[in-house]
Design a protein around this ligand. Structure first.
Ligand code: UGA
Length: 449
């Protein structure tokens, strides 16, 4: 008999990483997805996406008690066979940049359908990023409509925002720095807290659990991602200031700023701007939500504008260095939104390619150690795809460093001189030694002239 039986509805980064980590600690988990192929792959013990440490846990689970973790395509059954359900569906960005809650809505309906025939108390937890009001007024309401059950009596409701970053999802799941529990009522919150006390044990000594109302917890997640995005745009704003005068280096400036114990230096790295599936989506979602409520967030507007401008700035710098780019071969070092992933969502490389194409550049070659195949889906034939550093630099007249992969950090000025037709280099992530590169070849870097 297991102490806890949990259903995980949605098998993306949050869902699958939580599912396998729970199951690895003796919690029975039934994950559910509507994608049959994905469910089969997961049941075969194969991770459907790359995430450090995920495959190892899946191997371990496959070789242990087969019963502890399974993935099915029937969310109603998953709910019926468990006591706790976690909604971990995606909340993508709509065309108008507002939040798309349709997966949350349909999952709430499926939970309601299940609860209609379930006599025991069931705890529902929203772990997807949702705008304030969603868990209570959409999820809670739909479950009640579909089941006839009363929140706070027949079922519990919590919202627990997720803070895991891609590439560190397993590490972040196992070692969170805090757990935020938004509770519909005290019973719901206490049940979730007890679950985490069981799951984390000793680790909770260094990890505060914060209990609050549901809507505040929903906004904590946006507060977090918007502040991190703001720090990046702030660093990029100072990169712009640094580029007004010779010898000011934004890297040194942000190091000086970040050492203030009230600030800290993380996410003050100036560069080509943030990408990924979360920052754009979340800053846009909360901006659109607040506008709908009658408040225009000028700060968040500026955060996004500054971020978008970094791509234009990279191309401006390339033109200043190499002249008219139209007839030149341009190489892009790195395409993924950050190192350690093949994820191309909202990657700065997309904005840079679009800007180059807009200015009439036709010969663009890109290389990414992991993301060539995903980049091809996103960028299609706007660029050509090289299979190595040498190939991407061959015959090029300007190289733009976009993603700070370790392989690129090892490059010396001679490497660029050896392979390129004319070695113009733009460092969009500040990974190269400015003084060395600046004296060795035509060179520009974000946040320094
Ligand atoms: C982000 C947050 O870090 C997580 O806490 C959050 O849970 C997650 O979003 C989410 O909402 O699901 P992630 O998008 O995976 O995680 O990646 P980050 O490591 O935060 O990087 C985001 C972007 O910011 C990358 O493009 C990165 O290159 C850029 N960045 C980061 C900078 O440009 N400068 C920096 O100093 C740091």
């Amino acid at each position: 008999m297991y102490k806890y039986k949990v259903s995980i509805l949605g098998t993306g980064f949050i869902g699958l990483c939580s599912a396998v980590c729970f199951a690895d600690k003796d919690i029975k988990v039934i994950a559910s997805t509507h994608n049959e192929k994905k469910a089969a792959q997961i049941n075969d013990g194969i991770a459907p996406f790359y995430e450090e440490g995920l495959q190892e846990i899946m191997d371990r689970l496959k070789n242990s008690d087969q019963n502890i973790f399974q993935c099915i395509t029937d969310p109603v059954k998953a709910v019926l066979e468990t006591d706790i359900s976690m909604i971990t569906q995606g909340t993508p960005m709509r065309e108008d940049k507002s939040i798309d809650l349709s997966f949350i809505e349909s999952t709430a309906r499926e939970i309601g359908e299940a609860l209609k025939t379930k006599d025991t108390y069931h705890l529902v937890i929203v772990r997807s990023t949702v705008v304030p009001g969603t868990s209570r007024s959409l999820v809670g309401k739909i479950i009640t409509e579909a089941s006839g059950k009363v929140p706070g009596k027949d079922f519990g409701l919590c919202m627990q925002p997720e803070f895991l970053a891609e590439g560190r999802s397993i590490e972040d799941t196992l070692h969170p720095d805090r757990i935020v529990i938004g509770q519909y009522d005290d019973k719901s919150g206490s049940m979730l807290q007890e679950f985490y006390e069981y799951f984390y044990g000793e680790h909770l000594k260094n990890c505060p659990i914060l209990r609050m109302n549901i809507e505040s917890a929903e906004l904590v997640k946006y507060g977090n991602n918007c502040l991190l995005s703001t720090k990046i745009s702030y660093a990029n704003e100072f990169a712009n200031l640094a580029q007004l005068v010779p010898n000011v280096d934004v890297v040194e400036v942000m190091k000086g700023v970040g050492l203030d114990y009230r600030i800290n230096s993380r996410f003050l790295g100036a560069g080509v701007g943030f990408g990924g599936s979360c920052f754009h989506k979340d800053v846009n979602a909360i901006k659109a939500w607040s506008k709908l409520k009658g408040y225009t967030s000028r700060l968040l507007e500026a955060v996004l504008d500054i971020n978008d401008d970094q791509a234009i700035k990279m191309v401006d710098m390339a033109e200043e260095l190499a002249g008219d780019l139209k007839k030149k071969r341009i190489s892009l070092l790195g395409l993924a939104f950050k190192p350690g992933t093949d994820d191309m969502r909202e990657a700065a490389s997309i904005r840079i390619v679009n800007e180059l194409v807009k200015r009439g550049v036709k010969d663009i070659v890109g290389y990414d150690p992991k993301a060539n195949h995903t980049a091809e889906i996103e960028l299609r034939n706007k660029i050509k795809y090289a299979q190595s550093i040498e190939e991407v630099l061959k015959d090029s007249e300007c190289a733009l460093l976009i993603t700070e992969w370790d392989d690129f950090k090892k490059l010396t000025p001679d490497d660029f001189k050896k392979h390129m037709k004319s070695p113009n280099v733009i460092d969009g992530r500040r990974i190269f030694d400015f003084d060395l590169f600046n004296k060795s070849l035509p060179f520009k870097a974000i946040g320094r002239i």
